[in-house]
Design a protein around this ligand. Structure first.
Ligand code: FES
Length: 369
């Protein structure tokens, strides 16, 4: 956990005032609270000040304190307590907050921090050369089930691998962070089981992954505060970086098996879905009388198993024999962004094909799922 102090005087502006629009919003917000409880507006007002300026300045703290008739020290206490408030200048396109608490640490947060160090700056709270990115390590952000994760602006990016996180950092560096679907970055609905449902499988899920959801309101997409405060950047009509993933039709994978793969394979939005007639499509077979339980492979849930079956994949031996090009085809078809390699499906399938659960335990030291 970092020490949270106000930025040095050299960074502090002499004064702060809310813009006309924000000032009217602040008045309305303060009025929401009962008489005598106006101080409860301290957090929303500080957040709006941050959204306007990019970070919380000393002058903003004093202004908010004056508006709410609070001692400066009380507002300073709030601003320095919550890591959601930035106390110094941060990247104009993204300030990456990497969760470093135990579940995320056990699932690879240290590797994500290495990515921050190599792609942004060796030290937290320092901006990259262009001034567009910065990072810090924070405590639990409440998405432990999908560890490891990071927060950028008001959005979380979960179930991260090093490769996926590197892509995300690059996309934000290019000013296109709003194109990245928020939430889990793997085949998972919110915090439901990875790979699909493992119970109540007869029922169609009533929710959809946020990554695949309908257009998101412009104000709900991931925009770092300092960018959001700029009128030009808040206009989703004119600024493509702010368009929701669903608006960006050219980058979305096609559902049409005959469609040519989109150019931007493995982009932030997802991999282009390859054609079913592609030469690298793994060979399928007729359904055997006793197909293997593909769900024993870590990363395969009922939904993925059903998709594999539709492709004619029914046995461990088939997956064990996949060559690189076939693995890449399957990975792109399932929009897995490299997960087949990361989970090493081939090694898992080989063990299961050779000796079932006993062989799997011998190879991996644990039971298959
Ligand atoms: S431990 Fe990282 S989100 Fe909770």
């Amino acid at each position: 956990m970092s020490v949270r102090r106000l930025a040095e005087d050299q960074f502090q502006p002499g004064a702060f005032s809310f813009s006309e629009e924000n000032s009217a919003w602040a008045d309305r917000t303060i009025k929401k609270y009962p008489e005598g409880r106006q101080q409860s507006a301290v957090i929303p007002l500080l957040m709006r000040a941050q959204e306007q300026e990019g970070w919380v300045t000393k002058a903003a703290i004093e202004k908010v304190a004056d508006m709410l008739d609070m001692a400066y020290i009380r507002v300073l206490e709030v601003a320095t307590f919550y890591t959601q408030f930035q106390l110094g200048p941060v990247g104009t396109r993204a300030h990456v907050q990497v969760c470093g608490t135990t579940p995320c640490m056990l699932r690879g947060a240290e590797d994500l921090i290495k990515v921050c160090k190599s792609k942004i700056h060796a030290q937290p709270f320092h901006r990259n050369a262009e001034g567009t990115l910065s990072w810090e390590e924070v405590e639990c952000l409440g998405a432990c089930v999908n560890a490891p994760m990071v927060m950028i602006g008001k959005d979380t990016y979960e179930d991260l691998s090093v490769e996926r996180f590197e892509e995300i950092v690059d996309v934000f560096a290019a000013g296109k962070g709003a194109e990245i679907p928020v939430g889990p970055q793997i085949e998972r609905i919110y915090s439901a089981p990875e790979g699909g449902l493992t119970s109540l499988t007869e029922e169609a899920p009533k929710t959809r992954s946020r990554a695949a959801s309908k257009p998101v309101a412009a104000e709900a997409v991931s925009v770092p505060p300092s960018e959001a405060a700029r009128p030009k950047s808040t206009d989703a009509e004119t600024n493509p970086a702010l368009k929701s993933p669903a608006d960006n039709k050219t980058a979305l994978p096609s559902d049409d098996p005959k469609a040519k793969p989109a150019k931007a394979a493995n982009t932030a939005v997802g991999q282009a879905k390859p054609s079913l007639t592609d030469k690298n499509r793994p060979a399928g077979i007729e359904k055997p009388s006793t197909p293997d339980d593909l769900k024993m492979i870590s990363g395969v849930g009922p939904k993925i198993e059903a998709t594999l079956n539709e492709l004619g994949i029914f046995t461990f031996a088939q997956i064990a024999g996949w060559k690189k090009a076939e693995r890449e085809w399957a990975d792109a078809y399932l929009n897995f962004r490299g997960r087949i390699e990361r989970d090493d499906w081939v090694k898992q399938a080989k063990a299961l094909a050779k000796g079932g659960e006993a062989e799997y335990i011998k190879v991996f030291g644990k039971k298959p799922r």
